[in-house]
Design a binder for this molecule. Structure first.
Ligand code: HPA
Length: 244
């Protein structure tokens, strides 16, 4: 049985419209996931939901147990993972409240446990990561976005920074020079771990602010919250329309 996994980020700590809900705590060889998994159906589709930062939004990006999270979702029967993530934007065509499906990423994080292939190996394992996101799952999301009349923004490079602080203006200039369009803090090692476990993984990024230095001297947390809630309404619409 195939289950759709949804990882909720900032602004999406639970899924409304979920029917037949029950929760299950899953233990993994890597420790505890960020939260118990919520099982239910969304428009008749079996889904499992994980709150990446915990249900009370208490776990910062660099402290998230990404290994346990992805392992638990696989254990729960997930084959597709839609990872919802709040991001800043550096691309004028992707203003706050936009929904974007990045097709590439650059990993600027450090010190995170980023692989399952570390111990008790018979030989070193390298995975292909040329295209970090699943083409088939992205195609389904693109169709769903079009079906609910949202602009399809599906070409973007996601920069994953360490956090939890936001970037300096100079760091954003460097990210732009590197060719990045979006910046967030949770996309890696999540995407890489999903690939290691052969799960289809796609990122559904919700733009909640212009990246540092692109709009005034300071990023307003109040504005971030307002755009997160606007963007999450769109996420709900897309997920409800998603056909796999
Ligand atoms: N930078 C990094 N992560 C983020 C941002 C940002 O500007 N906005 C939301 N998550």
């Amino acid at each position: 049985m195939s289950v759709l996994a949804i990882i909720g980020g900032t602004g999406l700590s639970k899924l409304v419209d979920l029917d037949d809900v029950h929760k299950r705590v899953i233990k993994t060889p890597y420790g505890e996931p960020s939260s118990a998994l919520t099982f239910g159906t969304l428009n008749g589709v079996e889904v499992v939901f994980l709150a990446r930062h915990g249900y009370g939004h208490t776990i910062p990006p660099h402290k998230i147990n990404y290994q346990a999270n992805i392992w638990a979702l696989k254990e729960a029967g997930a084959t597709n993972i839609v990872a919802v993530a709040a991001v800043g934007s550096m691309n004028q065509t992707m203003p706050p409240a936009s929904l974007v499906l990045p097709n590439q990423l650059i990993d600027y994080t450090w010190g995170r446990s980023s692989t399952y292939f570390e111990e008790d190996l018979e030989h070193v394992v390298h995975i292909d990561f040329t295209n970090p996101y699943s083409t088939t799952l992205r195609d389904s999301l693109i169709t769903a976005m079009a079906d609910v009349d949202l602009p399809v923004l599906n070409k973007a490079v996601y920069a994953c920074t360490q956090g939890p602080r936001l970037e300096t203006a100079a760091e954003v200039v460097r990210l732009e020079r590197d060719g990045c369009d979006l910046v967030g803090m949770t996309g890696m090692p999540e995407a890489g771990l999903a690939r290691e476990l052969k799960l289809n993984y796609a990122c559904c990024a919700v733009v909640v602010n212009w990246a540092a230095g692109l709009e005034g001297d300071e990023i307003s947390m109040d504005k971030i919250e307002a755009f997160a809630s606007k963007g999450m309404d769109k996420v709900h619409r897309v997920l409800t329309a998603l056909v796999l």
